[in-house]
Design a protein around this ligand. Structure first.
Ligand code: FPP
Length: 226
């Protein structure tokens, strides 16, 4: 089978990675950012054109203030310092989720990185921040209601999701061995192949990506047909 066009990653295991080493959870997230960067380069090498990353869910607000603000700081640093990296590798950065809930300084950084990378084409990324799959669908329906739509089609919904410019994910990879979807792109993954490798996200690298692609290549996708 050909490689997937869009891989959706559920980044899981940062906390356990840190705990195993007696480190604070925030250091696990810091290593998680390095794994994102490695993965972006590996995706480009392997000519995968779209990737999305579940980095902060609508449920992650239940975590401690310390962890939440640690994640905001990391995101602010990563996306402000990363603009040159994204541009030198022709990576377009977009966001899925309701960013208006974030502190203004973070919102400004997120807006800037998406503006400054908007013409890049080699790898298109969707970072899911304050994202939930159910919320995505409700957000799409509300956009359609504003247009006074009376009858909604499948296509209408797809075209109003945060991922409207992405093909649906062919492949979902959730690291750390947990086997659930946790409200991730529920509409979009109807026919995705799912894979749950045991590796913790901060350890993810090109070798694991290649192994994942080998698993994907053995799947027989039928989309409800034969
Ligand atoms: C899951 O691990 C990870 C998260 C909830 C956050 C993911 C965030 C990053 C990789 C870094 C920040 C992202 C950006 C884009 C700057 P967990 O904390 O649930 O791990 P555990 O299940 O082992 O506790």
């Amino acid at each position: 089978m050909t490689n997937p066009k869009h891989i959706a990653f559920i980044l899981d295991g940062n906390g356990r990675w840190a705990k195993k080493r007696g480190l604070p959870r925030t250091l696990g997230h810091r290593e998680g950012v390095k794994a994102i960067e490695r993965t972006l380069l590996a995706l480009i090498d392997l000519k995968i054109p779209y990737a999305s990353f579940y980095a902060f869910s609508t449920d992650n607000w239940k975590r401690s203030q310390e962890e939440i603000f640690g994640l905001f700081d990391l995101a602010k640093q990563y996306f402000s310092k990363g603009i040159d990296f994204f541009n030198s590798h022709d990576i377009k950065v977009t966001f899925f989720g309701d960013l208006s809930a974030f502190p203004m300084d973070l919102q400004i950084v997120l807006k800037e990185v998406s503006n400054k990378t908007k013409n890049n084409k080699t790898l298109v990324t969707g970072f899911c921040l304050n994202y939930g799959g159910r919320e995505d669908i409700v957000h799409a329906i509300n956009s359609l209601l504003k247009e006074n739509k009376k009858l909604i089609t499948l296509d209408d919904i797809s075209k109003n999701l945060y991922s409207k410019n992405f093909p649906d994910p062919d492949f979902v990879i959730r690291t750390s061995g947990e086997q659930r979807l946790s409200n991730f792109q529920l509409w979009q993954i109807s026919y995705s192949e799912l894979y749950f490798p045991k590796v913790l996200w901060p350890d993810f690298n090109k070798k694991y990506l290649l192994k994942s692609l080998k698993v994907f290549s053995k799947r027989k996708r039928r989309f409800g047909g034969y």
